[in-house]
Ligand binder design. Structure first.
Ligand code: GLN
Length: 561
């Protein structure tokens, strides 16, 4: 039977519960255990697919097409167990399921209530994950369930109650409650404060949950005295009080510091899991690469939600992974596409070694993206387009190179004379905003000798999608005749998956989202290719700058296409 770890958070939100849970998952895997991870979110949306990135950060898409919370991105980057629909439940989904059962008469005339029906449904979601098998047919030894929100929130109460009941049935030795709290440092008093932690554990105990391990987020080290105090007031042994200090350098230090503070050892001891110490050589190597970079480059990410750090979370992470791969320190410029419209691309983009236009929805800032792409295309600056980024690249090329005046996507201009991006016939009548997109893993075949095939080193790949609009095949010949290459399509050849410009140093755009499959120790091949091209671009720039002034090219602009 699987062991269960429940992760809750207290005092404030944004403590990094997702990252800590993912780190625990990774450390347990490195001890040879099979792990599954799950997030239970207390909001009422059925999934985050309909939520604005401003509200909730990016929507993380899984192979099976589920649109999930961005914490699942941490799970997937740090651990290797499969993530599916069973890995993310919201209050909305739980209630939907309970209400559908009620309508079908499955409760046999009973009054349907939060306890036991809603809490029962939640427990089933947890139990179900424990029965899933990975690709080698192995069931999990450990299930880690993270509860979103902060203890004390009204909306997370049914989840708290459900995990309390779950532990009662599963037996104490099979479950572990790990609580993340904040231990702030008060400058005026020159003291760490343990009271917020005491209160938040007090709230948990009021609902019948006694945490087994406290992970204390802090800026300053927590001394033995403070740990003893926390232990006494919160009713845990002192070695169950684990310090998790802020990391200035990199989030990848988190798992290493948790091992140092013996979190994984404590968990295994408490759950009776007899496992060897984890081997973290690859993780140490990763940090060494980060600490001693060979190159320094800068990449501009031009998007609609640039000011919101979490809106393009997986994109930024994937760029970092590619940086680790190339031992390149990367400065990422987060540029609002609307600013490109207002100030022009030269002012905002000159000096960058690569331009990336990510996915998105809605018309705002579209022309800024088109201008940024034109700037990168004309100057021979590496360009990487993702989803909406590819659609904008197609629009730009159509307008400027092929001469299709006012070419556009019908998402933004229904009456454009040249609908180079449009809905497929079968999608035209859809009005429902939830789950009506092309979602999840789908295969693509890549053209022999293309840039994209050379990045992957193979000609068949599977990547995740999340979009409605497609390249309009009526324009395919015209684009090809004018120098754009269709580097990837769906296996039946009907859907364009990737475009590139052969004469350009590195210009590639894909209809799917490669950022969902990058890992710190295995950079996604297209990101690796893009960052490699940006490193080469910087080298060329440096070489040109080192040449005596009179040998400078009069005009740096390299017109391509
Ligand atoms: N809005 C575009 C579409 O629906 C692109 C979506 C995206 O970038 N994820 O096709």
């Amino acid at each position: 039977m699987a062991k269960h770890i429940f992760v809750t958070g207290g005092v404030v939100s944004s403590l990094g519960k997702g990252l800590t849970s993912a780190s625990v998952g990774m450390l347990l895997e490195k001890r040879g255990l099979s792990v599954r991870m799950q997030k239970l979110d207390p909001y009422l949306n059925v999934d985050p697919g309909t939520m604005s990135p401003y509200q909730h950060g990016e929507v993380y898409v899984l192979d099976d097409g589920s649109e999930t919370d961005l914490d699942l991105g941490h799970y997937e980057r740090f651990t290797s167990g499969p993530l599916t629909r069973d890995s993310n439940y919201t209050t909305g989904q739980i209630y939907l399921s309970v209400i559908e059962k009620e309508r079908r008469g499955e409760f046999l005339g009973k009054t349907v209530q939060v306890i036991p029906h809603v809490t029962g449904e939640i427990q089933q979601c947890i139990a179900r994950l424990a029965e899933t098998k990975d690709s080698s047919g192995r069931k999990p030894d450990v299930v880690i369930t993270e509860i979103g929100g902060t203890v004390g929130d009204i909306e997370s109460l049914p989840f708290m109650e459900a995990i309390r009941q779950f532990a009662l049935t599963a037996g104490k030795g099979n479950c572990l409650f790990m609580h993340l709290t904040l231990v702030p440092y008060l400058k005026a008093a020159r003291e760490l404060k343990t009271k917020p932690t005491q209160h938040s554990v007090g709230l948990l105990r009021q609902i019948g949950i006694q945490p087994d391990i406290l992970v204390c987020r802090c800026e300053q080290p927590i001394g033995r005295d403070d740990r003893e105090k926390i232990a006494l007031f919160c009713n845990v042994p002192v070695d169950a009080v684990i310090e998790e200090r802020d990391k200035d350098f990199s989030i990848y230090e988190v798992p290493l510091s948790l091992v140092e503070n013996r979190l994984d050892a404590q968990i295994c001891e408490r759950l009776g899991l007899d496992t060897p110490e984890p081997n973290l050589d690859d993780w140490h190597d990763l940090l060494n690469r980060l600490r001693r970079p060979d190159h320094e480059i800068s990449i501009a990410v031009v998007g609609k939600y640039a000011e919101h750090r979490d809106a393009y979370k997986s994109i930024y992470e994937s760029i970092d992974h590619a940086g680790i791969h190339h031992k390149a320190q990367i400065r990422i410029g987060r540029i609002r596409s609307e600013d490109v419209e207002a100030e022009g691309p030269e002012r905002l983009l000159s000096g960058y070694d690569g331009v990336l236009v990510p996915g998105g929805f809605g018309e705002r800032g579209i022309e800024g993206k088109v201008q940024a792409i034109r700037w990168a295309r004309e100057r021979g600056v590496p360009f990487f387009g993702i989803c909406l980024g590819m659609q904008c690249a197609v629009v730009e090329y159509g307008r400027d190179v092929i001469g299709l005046e006012n070419a556009h996507s019908t998402e933004f201009d229904k009456d454009t004379p040249h609908p180079v991006i449009c809905l497929l016939d079968e999608q035209r009548d859809v009005t429902d905003k939830g789950g009506t997109m092309r979602l999840g893993a789908q295969p693509a075949v890549l053209a022999e000798g293309s840039l994209i095939a050379s990045c992957y080193g193979k000609e068949e790949v599977s990547e995740r999608h999340r979009h409605r609009y497609e390249f309009n095949n009526q324009y395919r010949q015209q684009y090809e005749a004018n120098g754009m290459r269709f580097g990837g399509t769906s296996p039946d050849g009907k859907l364009v998956e990737a475009v590139e410009i052969p004469g350009h140093p590195w210009f590639l755009a894909v209809q799917y989202h490669p950022e969902f499959k990058s890992k710190p120790i295995a950079a996604q091949p297209l990101f690796a290719g893009f960052v490699g091209a940006a490193v080469a671009h910087r080298k060329r720039r440096n070489e040109r700058a080192a040449q005596p002034a009179d040998s400078h090219q009069p005009n740096e602009t390299q017109h391509v296409g």
